[in-house]
Write a protein that binds this ligand. Structure first.
Ligand code: DOR
Ligand code: ZN
Length: 428
């Protein structure tokens, strides 16, 4: 079965292509990309035409940081519901973080994730294995076993690795298997039992605070350890200006470090917490306008390589409680694209720059042959209507959870057709 995606503006950040082109998909792969009309001779009677006039045609989006909650917390999300949310958000690949119950620190959990993802048959799910057994920060997990089972990285996300020696060994051991180490950079003693960013706002609201230094000191430690070991380090959800500057400096020194920022950290400031919406309680916390400006600068100058959702579903049981008791996390798969496009609208990123942070850059960090539109590659393609305006309604989300602070926001730009392996996995 073949498909011709016709008349769209094709944006492929990996090659720099930004032009009106047609794309021919045969079976699971991209057969050809060419100027309008140039592929018509390849049309067969059975070719499905997908009209893309007025649309952007881009590589399927890749999320480096998704919590799918299966196994163990299926009341919040399952691999099936999370995959539906991802596809609706324009994603064709997501990385599932290991803080499930049980933790993904061995091949049986990794196998289960692959089985469930295959049953869903929507987006690609790339499991991230744990750095340490049970994410307890004491003993390393078996990276060879995780790699063989298909894990693409290791991380103790949700938990900081407090033991510097263990982190050093993780960076050394992971190199043997070509696995990046994803750091949830947080000094737990400094963060203590804080619930929001330390600032005048936390003083005013009377909420316990998490200083940005809790992140900065660990970003410095992990970059130093990457320099010492030569390991590949990726800093998850950068929230502070200090972290951005540290990553910039270590990159300049040639250290193998990359970083991601989330849409909530590049869109919101801690002022938004004034009405105690627990959906705004995330870890790391949403910080000051100065931090926000630094993150935008980091995205613009390439210090921050990727945009990742940190999609963290929680039910009303965890969120419909006092701020102090609410769980950390917000969902993000179904709002990440329009929030990223706001950066284009504001002139902070060009369309190709913005898309690179959701396609070829995450693919490169993981060493995956994805995130590009070249003939011969798997046909993971997202069609975006960049002008469609809509009001975010959490009740329409495919995710099983509703914990988004963006409910009621007017946003612009969304996925309208999504193909993975040439198969339509979402159409609006
Ligand atoms: O806000 C967060 N939620 N931050 C994390 O690091 C973990 C995540 C979760 O799993 O809920
Ligand atoms: Zn995290």
């Amino acid at each position: 079965m073949s498909k011709l995606i016709r008349g769209g503006r094709v944006l492929d950040p990996a090659s720099g292509l930004d032009d009106f082109h047609d794309i021919l998909v045969v079976g699971r792969v991209i057969k050809a990309v060419g100027p309008p009309g140039s592929l018509d001779s390849e049309l067969q009677g059975s070719t499905e035409i997908i009209e893309a006039e007025g649309l952007w045609v881009v590589p399927g989006l890749i999320d480096l940081h998704t919590h799918l909650r299966e196994p163990g917390e299926e009341y919040k999300e399952t691999i099936l519901t999370g995959s539906r949310a991802a596809a609706a958000g324009g994603f064709t690949s997501v990385c599932s973080m290991p803080n499930t119950k049980p933790v993904n620190d061995n091949s049986s959990v990794t196998d289960l994730i692959f089985r469930r993802a295959a049953e869903a048959d929507l987006v690609r799910v790339f499991p991230v294995g744990a750095i340490s057994q049970g994410q307890r920060g004491e003993v390393l997990a078996e990276y060879g076993e995780l790699k063989e089972a298909g894990a693409v990285a290791v991380s103790d996300d949700g938990q900081a690795v407090m033991n510097s020696q263990l982190m050093r060994r993780a960076l050394e051991y992971a190199q043997v298997f070509d696995l990046p180490v994803i750091s949830h950079a947080e000094d737990r003693d400094l963060a203590a039992d804080g619930v929001m960013n330390e600032s005048l706002v936390s003083t005013r609201l009377g909420l316990r605070e998490i200083p940005s230094a809790a992140e900065d000191v660990m970003v410095f430690r992990d970059c130093s350890l990457a320099e010492l070991t030569g390991g590949q380090l990726h800093i998850a959800h950068v929230s502070s200006g200090g972290s951005v500057e540290l990553v910039r400096q270590f990159k300049a020194r040639g250290v193998r470090v990359t970083a991601e920022a989330t849409p909530h950290h590049f869109t919101l400031t801690d002022e938004a917490l004034e009405d105690f919406d627990t959906n705004l309680k995330v870890n790391p916390p949403i910080r000051s306008s100065k931090d926000l400006t630094a993150i935008l600068q980091g995205l613009a100058d390439g210090t921050i390589d990727a945009i990742a959702t940190d999609h963290a579903p929680h039910s009303t049981i965890e969120k419909d409680v006092e701020f102090d008791y609410a769980a950390f996390g917000m969902i993000g798969l179904e709002t990440a694209l329009p929030l990223t496009l706001q950066l284009v609208e504001k002139g902070i990123l060009s369309p190709l720059e913005a898309l690179s942070k959701l396609t070829c850059n995450p693919a490169k960090i993981l060493g995956l042959e994805l995130g590009r539109l070249s003939s011969g590659l798997q046909a993971d393609i997202t069609l975006i209507d960049p002008l469609r305006e809509f009001t975010v309604d959490v009740n329409l989300f495919r995710s099983k959870s509703r914990n988004s602070p963006f409910h009621g926001w007017k946003l612009k730009g969304c996925a309208v057709v999504v193909l993975r392996d040439g198969k339509v996995i979402f159409r609006d």
